[in-house]
Design a protein around this ligand. Structure first.
Ligand code: SF4
Length: 588
């Protein structure tokens, strides 16, 4: 029997010296599996304490896992860096073809260090690394156009990914994203700004190696069963048919859909922006990340007449999902799908994180409504709920930053509300703008106490269902469940399994798949690895200044009915305190 090929190679790229080298890191790949586990180790090694996130010392780490290329839905790449948005751990996941391309190029991880003195992009074709001049790409108004131009120059056989930034990243806006394959993003926590600070326009990776399997029989059997579940489970079918926007109506019905900066949690326009309605009127195609049979990525087709040529139409393809519809739909009080798609298209072209942008605009609208800011600050703009022409203009100003107000806004609402006021309704958690769940205390505590301040950390919103069923459930029990989920997700994200497949990859399946991939681990060993990664992330956060004592809780979340009714502040604080105690005990 052949020995199973094991990922262990790290490609190090130094942008300052225009130099690259590889190292075989069996030490960390065996101990931490891959993805998030490897990335946090490399981040600790490469990012000196107290590093300015926008300095050359801040490394960018991309990592994939042992199951990438072998099993369905192990399709994500984990990016890790010090976040310019929160000042501590930056972690973001994206699919597309990024993971398969990195693995087929022969790597388990890529570390980008230093900074270029001139705009450049990196092309990694298998074991060859090229530093290309990107002066003519720098300043292009759309990340999509930049991607197309690079694609024309980087013709290479095998799997290829083009990971790039738009104008927001070039301007180092702390909530700028990195786009891959046009419709997928390393969205949150400002990876785009870190690219921009390195004058790095893009990273292209291609590869065409193959992955030999030692136990073909066991492999085929497990593969077929995962594939079958992925294509036949009712939930996966829903992801395929409607995608994540299927959540709009369910959340709206339970008072969990943040509306108009969370002044409400039930939106009268929910039906118009529901996944079903958007699909019915606009769905142009569905796409999948490489090696995923679910294809949950929904792309709308927007057909509009040219201004001066009424019988000529242009068609724009625009990716959408629940978070985008929430952030620039209900959160901005708008239900006109065409207008929502148009603003998504602008935000994507600039390369901003759409969730943060929507929440920032919602705060600014309420701040203007309350007279905290006026047209003097907004440069003559009046921001009204659902007024998309003004919102599109405001997004442009976030990029151009013509005055002090837009300079502050471009740093996010934690920053802007410190200067202008309105903190009670500034909906950021740990410095990151809120996702679309006002389901109860677990959702918000989950974001506050999650390692990356994201709903994806521990799916606290899911645990609110327990509170809905039993209001007397002790906060300590919910805290335990939040922690257990976040620890388990360290395993999934180290194997870079899409979280939509978490029901398919139960612990016993993960164990079996890992064994086929060359790692024979016991249940306890897997559990212990998850705990270790989680602990390491918090150690890094704390090393970089994160403290539970500095967390700000926006008052607004206690004022608006949630899926569990009005959130009890005492219960909320006990839940947060319980998690804090457990995390502090773990990191000591
Ligand atoms: S379920 Fe969707 S996001 Fe997840 S890997 Fe498949 S296509 Fe990508």
């Amino acid at each position: 029997m052949k020995e199973q090929k094991f990922i262990n190679k790290v490609l190090y790229i130094d942008l300052s010296k225009k130099h690259s080298y590889t190292e075989e890191r069996d030490d960390i790949f065996r101990k931490y599996i891959g993805g998030a586990g490897i990335a946090i180790q490399l981040l600790k090694e490469e990012c000196p304490e107290g590093t300015d996130p926008l300095s050359p010392q801040n490394p960018i780490i991309f990592a994939v896992g042992h199951l990438t290329g072998l099993f369905p839905l192990a399709s994500k790449t984990v990016a890790m860096f010090k976040s310019p948005h929160t000042g501590n751990l930056g972690e973001s996941h994206a699919g597309g073809r990024s993971a398969i391309s990195i693995r087929m190029a022969g790597y388990g991880a890529i570390v980008i260090k230093g900074a270029s003195s001139r705009p450049c992009y990196i092309a990694v074709h298998g074991d060859k690394v090229y530093f290309r001049d990107a002066s003519t790409l720098w300043g292009i108004k759309s990340s999509i156009t930049a991607g197309r131009l690079i694609r024309a120059h980087e013709l290479s056989p095998g799997h290829r990914t083009i990971i790039r930034i738009g104008p927001a990243g070039e301007k180092m806006i702390p909530f700028s994203c990195v786009t891959t394959e046009t419709y997928r993003h390393f969205g949150r926590l400002g990876l785009g700004a870190v690219f921009g600070s390195k004058k790095l326009k893009a990273l292209v990776v291609s590869g065409k190696s193959s992955l030999p399997i030692s136990d073909r029989q066991a492999y085929s059997k497990l593969y077929d069963s995962i594939f079958k579940n992925a294509t036949e489970s009712p939930l996966m079918k829903k992801y395929h048919e409607i995608g994540t926007p299927m959540n709009v109506l369910a959340l709206n019905a339970s008072n969990g859909l943040p509306t108009r900066n969370l002044k409400a949690s039930n939106f009268e326009g929910a039906h118009a922006i529901s996944g079903e309605k958007v699909a019915e009127g606009y769905l142009g195609k569905r796409l999948a990340c490489a090696h995923c049979p679910v294809a949950c990525i929904h792309i709308a087709s927007l057909r509009e007449p040219y201004q001066d040529e009424p019988f000529f139409y242009k068609t724009t393809m625009i990716g959408y999902d629940y978070e985008l519809i929430y952030a620039v739909g209900s959160m901005l009080g708008g239900s006109d799908v065409q207008k929502i798609l148009k603003i998504i298209d602008r935000i994507e072209a600039y390369g901003l994180d759409c969730i943060s942008t929507g929440v920032v605009l919602a705060w600014a609208t309420e701040a203007q409504e309350k007279g905290i800011i006026s047209e003097k600050e907004t440069g003559g703009l009046t921001l009204n709920w659902g007024d998309y022409p003004s919102y599109i203009e405001a997004v442009k100003m976030i990029i151009e930053q013509p005055n002090e107000f837009f300079k502050a806004l471009s740093k996010g609402i934690e920053y802007a509300s410190k200067i202008y006021g309105g903190q009670d309704f500034a909906l950021s958690f740990g410095g990151n703008e809120m996702p679309g769940y006002h389901t109860g205390p677990a959702a918000h505590v989950g974001c506050l106490a999650g390692a990356r301040h994201s709903h994806l950390d521990n799916a606290g919103y899911y645990l609110d269902k327990k509170i809905m069923l039993n209001k007397n459930i002790p906060p300590d029990e919910i805290a335990e469940a939040i922690l257990a989920e976040e620890k388990w997700r360290q395993i999934l994200s180290s194997l870079v399994i899409c979280f939509f497949a978490r029901e398919l990859y139960k612990p016993e399946i993960v164990k079996e798949a890992l064994k086929i991939a060359g790692m024979d681990l016991s249940d306890d060993e897997i559990k212990e690895i998850g705990e270790r990664i989680y602990t390491e992330k918090f150690r890094f956060k704390m090393r970089e200044g994160f403290s539970f004592d500095n967390l700000r809780v926006p008052k607004r979340i206690f004022e608006t009915e949630s899926s569990v009714g009005l959130i009890d502040e005492v219960y909320f604080n006990s839940l947060l305190e319980s998690i804090k105690r457990k995390i502090l005990a773990m990191t000591q």
